[in-house]
Design a protein around this ligand. Structure first.
Ligand SMILES: [Zn+2]
Length: 472
């Protein structure tokens, strides 16, 4: 487009720039208007008139003017730990929370054929931007080792590398491990694959082994990958892995590695109750009991018993007959969530995954408003700027997205406008409520400069980009 019209002018906004350079340091917080053109932030007019814009004088004409009504205008949220994997309902729930980018393919779970996976994304169009990692467990299976309890042979390891190289050539953005789901993977296998990914400039995300509850040895294994291979390591969903005193020990350990210069990043959700497939090794009877978990505290997330607490008979029935159903187990306490975010730069993540409608885990529909409500509004543990930083600017840095996670002229127009007063999550665990319920207070969302949500209503626009990563 060659005219001077803005695509949108968002007026009357409280603009909160989430990007600071250090922990605890967020950017400016001021009233003003913001113009969008061709997918980018084209101009910002502070209400003071001081002018940080790249044009002078009165605002130019805009095709659309949207009144933010004093709402908080900030960078769209970047979900660093998603399992959206081209699933549209999953991405729609993310969008409804203000997420504009999903970093998917976590916990060792991903497609193997990235060419057709990316073609599918391009063909169907998608509500949010999405990047995809190559998942260790899936590549391992494709390389001929379907037994998660068995080690790989040398030739299988070479095959995994070849598949990873193909995925990277197609544009995969990282390499993910789900070691708790692949206990047979040896230390050398993990080390060699992390090195392979690091040499190709990919982040390595690790769902740790967790041999026992609060197993800091397995956390150490994951953290060591950074100094040993040069990889940027993302420790996945801290609070699902660690609770109570073990969480405090994990935080101390991460702090020590960071102090020594290790390139380690951490994401966490808002729940201590984790969900996984019933057939997962996590729920194998000896493993489950060995962790001190009890069947009576286990809930069905999906399937015929969705929302119900289980007994031994139902547990065995589901595991035997419906291994793709999901269980929910809560080993923690509510204060663990606050402890997890006390570690600096912990990024907010959902762990969202495809579930049958009305079943599953509320994390995919509640996490961001829940985080902002609890940590900022209610408990006042984080300032607004710092909390927003954890949702966008920190993940943008961890993932190397220079154009995202900030509200500045020239940045990608991935933006959210929050109605702060009414912001709250509504999704609940099955049995208690609707795990898909949309939050309140997400007023407008822009993805690549197009309004995907306007006045709280979905517009139907599918403007998410396929964030293929180049090898260069
Ligand atoms: Zn995981």
């Amino acid at each position: 487009m060659s005219d001077n019209f803005l695509d949108y002018l968002v007026t009357n906004a409280r603009i909160v720039e989430p990007a600071g350079t250090e922990a605890g340091e967020s950017g400016a917080d001021y009233y003003g208007s913001l113009g969008i053109k061709d997918g980018k932030i084209a101009v910002i007019y502070p209400a003071s008139g001081a002018g940080t814009a790249n044009v002078s004088g009165a605002p130019p004409n805009a095709r659309r003017v949207i009144d933010a009504e004093g709402g908080i205008l900030t960078a769209g949220f970047i979900d660093v730990h998603a399992h959206s994997d081209n699933d549209i309902p999953c991405a729609e729930k993310l969008l409804a929370m203000g997420v504009t980018t999903a970093f998917s393919g976590n916990c060792g779970l991903s497609p193997v054929d990235f060419k057709s996976f990316f073609e599918e994304f391009d063909r169907t169009a998608y509500p949010v931007n999405q990047a995809e990692q190559a998942g260790h467990t899936e590549l391992r299976k494709a390389a001929g080792q379907g037994d998660v309890y068995a080690p790989v042979t040398k030739s299988q390891l070479e095959k995994i590398k070849a598949l990873a190289a193909e995925a990277f050539d197609e544009g995969a953005s990282g390499f993910s491990f789900g070691l708790e789901y692949a206990p047979g993977a040896g230390g050398e296998e993990v080390l060699e694959l992390a090195k392979f990914a690091a040499e190709r400039g990919r982040v390595v995300s690790v769902h740790t082994r967790l041999n026992k509850v609060n197993d800091t040895d397995s956390l150490k294994e994951a953290l060591d990958l950074s100094p040993r291979t040069g990889a940027r390591v993302i420790i996945s969903h801290l609070v699902y892995m660690f609770v109570g005193d073990g969480l405090k020990r994990a935080i101390d350990l991460i702090g020590r590695y960071r102090a020594q210069g290790a390139d380690v990043w951490v994401d966490s959700g808002m729940y201590t109750a984790f969900a996984s497939f019933a057939g997962s090794p996590v729920f194998d009877e000896p493993v489950f009991a060995g962790k001190g978990f009890s069947v009576e505290k286990l809930r069905a997330a999906t399937g015929k018993y969705a929302g119900e607490y289980l007994d031994l008979e139902k547990y065995r029935e589901i595991r035997g007959e419906f291994p793709r159903d999901s269980f929910i187990y809560d080993p923690g306490k509510p204060e663990d969530i606050l402890t997890a975010y006390s570690l600096s730069d912990v990024m907010v993540s959902t762990d969202c995954i495809r579930y049958p409608a009305g079943q599953g885990h509320p994390q995919g529909a509640a996490t961001y408003p829940f985080f902002l409500r609890l940590l900022v509004k209610e408990k006042k543990r984080l300032s607004l700027g710092e909390a927003l930083r954890r949702c966008s600017a920190v993940p943008a840095r961890a993932l190397g997205y220079a154009g995202k996670g900030r509200v500045a002229v020239g940045a990608d127009a991935d933006l959210v406008v929050l109605d702060w007063e009414h912001l709250r999550e509504n999704a609940e665990f099955p049995g208690l409520g609707d795990p898909d319920a949309k939050p309140d207070g997400i007023r407008h969302v822009f993805v690549n400069g197009a309004a995907a949500i306007e006045n709280g209503k979905r517009t139907g626009v599918l403007s998410g980009k396929n964030l293929r990563r180049g090898n260069a």
